[in-house]
Design a protein around this ligand. Structure first.
Ligand SMILES: Nc1ncnc2c1ncn2[C@@H]1O[C@H](COP(=O)(O)OP(=O)(O)OP(=O)(O)O)[C@@H](O)[C@H]1O
Length: 257
C-alpha cells in the first residue's frame, strides 16, 4: 500500500466477522474507507450492512449476544483494543439512525446537552456551537427563531437534520448514517442527500441505504453485501454501470433483493 493510500484511508477493516450467538451475520470483511468521502453500503435486507456499520463505533457492544472478531482500525487506532474509551470513540465516530430520535428537550438543548455534559459550560461557546452545528446541518434558517421550542415540534425531516446537527456538535471525524432518509418524504430525503454531499468536505461519511438511486447520487464508493459477505466494493459509477461480479449486476438491475 502506498503512503498516499495510507494517508487517505481513515477506516480499515481486516477480516471482520460478527456473530449474534450462533448467527454469523458479517463474514470476513476487509475494506478500506477513504477520508472525506461518502461510502454507501447496499444489499438486500439482512445482509449485514447495519451490523458492519454498528461495528465501526462499537454500537454492537450494546447487544449482549454480539461478538466481533478481526481488526477495525479507525484513524490509526484499533477500536476493539481494551484501551479504547468507548465514549471518546463515539465522539469521533458519530451515528445517526433510521428513525430520528431527538431528546425530549428543546432544539437548543438537543445540541447543547452533550457538549455541556462534557465540560463546555460557557454560554457564548454553547450558543456558537449550537448555531454552527445547525448551520452545518442546513437547519439554522428554519429553526433560529424557535430554538427554545421542543425538538418534537419539528417535522420528521427536520428532526433527522437535528440529529445530524447533534452528532456534528461532538466534532466527529466520521459520521455513520443508517438509512437516515428511509422514513422521510421525497423533499426531506433530497435535503438529507444535499446535506450529505456538503458534509463530506469536512467528514467521512458511511451510509447504509436501500435506495440504489440515492447511493448512486451521493457516494463515491459503493460496497455491495450479500448474506454477510462483501461481494464487491468499487467506485460508485463502476458498481452501477459495469460491476465485476454477476451478483452485483443482478442486484443493481433489480433481478433480486
Ligand atoms: N440484535 C440482533 N440479534 C440477533 N440477530 C440479529 C440482530 N441484529 C441483526 N441480526 C441478524 O443479523 C443479520 C444481519 O442483520 P443487519 O440488520 O445487519 O442486516 P441489514 O443488511 O442491515 O438489514 P436491513 O437492510 O433489513 O436493515 C440478519 O440475519 C439479522 O436477523
Amino acid at each position: 500500500m502506498s503512503v498516499l493510500t495510507m494517508q487517505e484511508t481513515i477506516i480499515q477493516t481486516n477480516n471482520v466477522n460478527v456473530y449474534y450467538g450462533e448467527k454469523h451475520a458479517v463474514k470476513n470483511i476487509s475494506m478500506d474507507i477513504e477520508k472525506n468521502s461518502v461510502t454507501a453500503f447496499i444489499g438486500p435486507s439482512g445482509c449485514g450492512k447495519s451490523t458492519l456499520l454498528r461495528s465501526l463505533n462499537r454500537m454492537n457492544d450494546l447487544v449482549p449476544s454480539c461478538r466481533v472478531e478481526g481488526s477495525i482500525i479507525v484513524d490509526g487506532i484499533d477500536i476493539n483494543s481494551s484501551q479504547v474509551n468507548i465514549e471518546s470513540l463515539r465522539q469521533v465516530v458519530g451515528m445517526v439512525f433510521q428513525r430520528a430520535n431527538p431528546f425530549f428537550k428543546s432544539i437548543y438543548e438537543n445540541i447543547a446537552f452533550a457538549p455541556r455534559f462534557h465540560g463546555m459550560t460557557n454560554k457564548r461557546d454553547l450558543d456558537e456551537l449550537v448555531e454552527s452545528s445547525l448551520r452545518k446541518a442546513a437547519l439554522w434558517d428554519e429553526v433560529k427563531d424557535r430554538l427554545r421550542d421542543s425538538a418534537l415540534s419539528l417535522s420528521g425531516g427536520q428532526q433527522q437534520r437535528l440529529c445530524i446537527a447533534r452528532a456534528i456538535a461532538m466534532q466527529p471525524t466520521i459520521l455513520l448514517l443508517d438509512e437516515p432518509a428511509s422514513a422521510l418524504d421525497p423533499i426531506s430525503t433530497m435535503k438529507i442527500e444535499e446535506l450529505v454531499m456538503q458534509l463530506k468536505d469536512e467528514y467521512t461519511i458511511v451510509i447504509v441505504t436501500h435506495n440504489l438511486h440515492q447511493a448512486a447520487r451521493i457516494s463515491e464508493k459503493t460496497a455491495f453485501f450479500l448474506m454477510g459477505e462483501l461481494i464487491e466494493m468499487d467506485e460508485t459509477g463502476k458498481i452501477f454501470t459495469s460491476p465485476e461480479n454477476e451478483k452485483t449486476e443482478a442486484y443493481i438491475s433489480g433481478r433480486f433483493g
